[in-house]
Design a protein around this ligand. Structure first.
Ligand SMILES: Nc1ncnc2c1ncn2[C@@H]1O[C@H](COP(=O)(O)OP(=O)(O)OP(=O)(O)O)[C@@H](O)[C@H]1O
Length: 393
């Protein structure tokens, strides 16, 4: 339904051409919910605006529903009004002097997709019902809450019966509760209508919850795409691993032994077992483990305690997060974040034994060493937990 091939775009900033997109290729199927996820400035909105026809790329091709709408080489260009899409913005973009009903009806009466009067009335009623807005239909939109206003914006977009719904951070202005409600509505809606959705966000949870497929953007390109669970369980790079889930990273791990059951790695003078996988002896890789997957071994001397992949550390601090704790623990691998229901009152004082279970360790290619300043640049994810900074060797 949406195809981008080799799309690049640069903008002039302070008299210099600055690349915003570097050869983006993307293929979104009919009825698919695709989310572009990335930190501020990585090129998400530019990609969306190019699909919408609000921005003209420098190179490449763009097709929607089998029709080429841009081809740099052939000089093809189809304007936004002729593309089969509707767009929803973070700012709602409603007409404040109109009622809900008028806001939904207005675009149906104008432009190239103008509908007949009866048709307009029928579509407005349908959209009102879909978003449970029928009772308030004659209220001014300025009298509505943010969540209601965004539902009007979505109703207005869907009343156009677009083949493609493009959404730019549509839920970012809403508080946490409303955001969750609208996510659920949006997901249900996309299932029910079968409409192809492309949404951009910097919110990992939102992307995971809504998407059939997520494309993770960094520095003007898509660095990995896949179903949310694929990305979560098999991040291809340190960037994706830390962006999605604040993973603890153990860098510069050497594979020292391997057999069909798994492999052994050495990092910071400590040995760890890995589960089965394609790990060649002699290679160096990065090993990741999520804070939830690190096990606190309360009584390491008991007969039932695990025997492998143990490491002793010094707790630095503890944060109560409601129902569970976040502990930061200094270990030979560096500082590890550990999320656990076990509270600090159950550790021996000043020391804690951790297990990094082999089946929970995720391996990925080592990143090239980054300059210190780049480590916390704009592409760094928003952190809900303190970073495991010193685990970066
Ligand atoms: N009209 C413009 N003029 C100049 N530079 C632009 C313009 N639009 C985007 N850029 C630049 O292109 C890059 C990508 O911007 P874009 O808005 O696509 O990023 P984004 O990932 O959507 O970020 P955000 O989440 O902050 O909106 C940024 O460096 C931005 O400053």
């Amino acid at each position: 339904m949406i195809e981008l091939e080799g799309v690049s775009k640069s903008f002039v900033q302070d008299r210099n051409r600055v690349p915003a997109l570097r050869g983006v290729s993307l293929s979104i199927g009919k009825g698919e919910f695709y989310v572009l996820l990335g930190a501020s400035g990585c090129g998400k909105t530019t990609t969306l605006r190019i699909v919408a026809g609000l921005e003209r790329p420098d190179t490449g091709t763009v097709s929607i529903d089998g029709r080429q709408v841009f081809d740099h080489t052939a000089g093809t260009w189809v304007g936004p009004e002729e593309r089969p899409q509707a767009m929803v913005f973070q700012s709602y973009a409603l007409w404040p002097h109109m009622t809900i009903r008028q806001n939904i009806a207005f675009p149906l009466r104008r432009g190239v997709r103008r509908a007949a009067k009866d048709e307009v009335a029928a579509r407005v009623d349908e959209a009102l019902e879909l978003f449970r807005l029928t009772e308030q239909a004659d209220r001014r939109v300025t009298q509505l809450s943010g969540g209601q206003q965004q539902r009007v914006a979505l109703a207005r977009a869907l009343a156009l019966r677009p083949k493609v719904l493009l959404m730019d951070e549509p839920l970012s202005n809403l508080d946490a509760g409303l955001r969750m409600d609208l996510r659920l509505e949006l997901k249900e809606l996309s299932r029910r209508t079968g409409i192809t959705c492309l949404l951009v966000t910097h919110d990992q949870e939102e992307a995971m919850m809504l998407a059939d497929r997520v494309g993770i953007m960094q520095g003007g390109g898509i660095v990995q795409e896949g179903a949310p669970d694929e990305l979560y369980n098999a991040p291809a790079s340190e960037f994706v691993a830390t962006f999605l889930d604040h993973m603890n990273l153990i860098r510069s791990a050497s594979v020292t032994a391997g057999d069909t059951d798994g492999a052994e790695i050495t990092a910071s003078g400590q040995r760890l077992r890995l589960g089965p996988g394609d790990h060649r002896v002699g290679t160096t890789l990065t090993v990741g483990i999520r804070p939830d997957d690190v096990v606190i071994v309360v009584d390491p001397l008991s007969g039932s305690a695990p025997a492998t992949n143990l490491v002793t550390g010094r707790p630095i601090d503890h944060h109560y997060l409601g129902g569970h704790f976040l502990h930061r623990v200094e270990t030979p691998f560096g500082l590890l974040n550990v999320r656990s229901p076990i509270g600090p009152d159950r550790f021996a004082s000043g020391t804690v034994c951790l297990q990094l279970p082999a089946e929970r360790l995720i391996t990925m290619a080592s990143a090239r060493p980054a300059p210190e300043s780049a480590e916390h640049g704009e592409d760094e994810p928003d952190r809900a937990v303190p970073p495991a900074g010193s685990a970066r060797q």
